[in-house]
Ligand binder design. Structure first.
Ligand code: ZN
Length: 87
């Protein structure tokens, strides 16, 4: 049982940097560039990352951005002292 839990943790760790298509989302979040993407693009990134966006109505960018931002804050690089993104 313990061994299985360790395996899961490792898999999560290996997923960094968080990327989608050609975008390094860690880096873009760190630089505040995610807002430059279209709503449709941000939405598909959220869906791809298993972020629940089912409650978001309309086509405003802000709610998607804040959910995606919360998700990316989970990555270790966002807590490093110099905010250098993982590459
Ligand atoms: Zn990262």
């Amino acid at each position: 049982m313990e061994a299985e839990e360790e395996l899961v943790l490792e898999e999560v760790a290996l997923r960094h940097p968080i990327v989608f298509d050609v975008f390094n989302l860690c880096e873009m979040h760190g630089l505040g560039k995610l807002r430059q993407l279209s709503v449709a693009m941000i939405r598909s990134i959220c869906e791809h990352s298993d972020i629940d966006v089912g409650n978001i109505k309309g086509r405003l960018k802000a709610p998607f951005l804040s959910l995606l931002g919360e998700f990316l804050e989970l990555c270790n690089c966002q807590h490093s002292l110099d905010h250098s993104p993982c590459l």
